[in-house]
Design a protein around this ligand. Structure first.
Ligand SMILES: *[C@@H]1O[C@H](CO)[C@@H](O)[C@H](O)[C@H]1NC(C)=O
Ligand SMILES: *[C@@H]1O[C@H](CO)[C@@H](O)[C@H](O)[C@H]1NC(C)=O
Ligand SMILES: *[C@@H]1O[C@H](CO)[C@@H](O)[C@H](O)[C@H]1NC(C)=O
Ligand SMILES: *[C@@H]1O[C@H](CO)[C@@H](O)[C@H](O)[C@H]1NC(C)=O
Ligand SMILES: *[C@@H]1O[C@H](CO)[C@@H](O)[C@H](O)[C@H]1NC(C)=O
Length: 187
């Protein structure tokens, strides 16, 4: 009986690892393409800093995310969290910016697509680490970073300058998404 159990577990492990690595290979090119597509869309939004210098702000991007000493599981969590937060940010009131809504819609689609395709890997991690994930300090620091951005936007009443400052930060931080995506989906 015990042996049968072990075989089952072994098979399960074997199967899920293969499934995961297969989907990694298929997704590798698409995911990286999607990161640059999102970056390009945000870049296309008007970001003229003219008259906005006084609104500059340091939101203190979490150091450990910058250093990127992650295992694949944690990298997937970080990528997903960043995508979700960027998605939520651009769902907020940007009427003061005159930004093209078609571009924002395309951006939302791109980010959703990428999150959907991370979902299977993410669910697997969640299942395995239900308890510890809530206390994961990397994710907490990341959430707080985006919370600071949202609080700033609110305090500035979603002004054009505030958005332009935020857009600049988000664009810069795409370097993290690029590197982590490359790391997660390389062979
Ligand atoms: C960008 O915004 C600035 C300031 O509002 C404006 O002068 C400029 O015409 C805008 N550029 C585009 C391409 O919309
Ligand atoms: C959106 O922000 C502008 C100011 O930038 C404000 O005038 C408008 O009332 C806001 N709209 C909503 C729905 O909050
Ligand atoms: C908004 O962007 C779309 C797609 O990039 C473009 O076709 C459209 O002309 C733009 N609209 C305005 C008002 O600039
Ligand atoms: C966060 O969770 C990931 C995935 O479970 C784990 O590898 C990592 O060590 C955790 N990090 C912290 C700081 O708890
Ligand atoms: C992320 O953006 C912040 C500005 O909010 C910047 O200080 C930081 O260096 C960026 N991080 C990376 C890794 O690009």
């Amino acid at each position: 009986m015990a042996n049968a159990g072990i075989v089952q577990v072994a098979l399960l492990l074997c199967f899920s690892t293969t499934a995961l690595s297969m989907s990694y290979n298929v997704l590798q090119v698409q995911q990286r393409g999607s990161v640059s597509a999102s970056w390009t869309l945000i870049w296309q939004l008007n970001g003229t800093l003219h008259n906005c210098l006084q609104d500059r702000m340091d939101f203190k991007f979490p150091k450990e995310v910058k250093l990127q000493k992650f295992q694949k599981e944690e990298a997937i969590l970080v990528i997903h969290e960043m995508l979700q937060q960027i998605f939520d940010l651009f769902g907020r009131n940007f009427s003061s910016t005159g930004w093209n809504e078609t571009i924002i819609e395309k951006l939302s689609e791109e980010l959703s697509w990428q999150m959907d395709h991370l979902e299977p890997a993410l669910e697997k991690i969640m299942e395995e680490e239900k308890v510890t994930l809530k206390e994961n300090t990397t994710l907490l620091h990341l959430k707080k970073y985006y919370l600071r951005i949202v609080q700033y936007l609110k305090a500035k009443l979603y002004s054009r300058c505030a958005w332009i400052v935020v857009r600049g930060h988000i664009l810069k931080n795409f370097s993290v998404l690029y590197k982590l995506t490359h790391f997660v989906f390389k062979n």
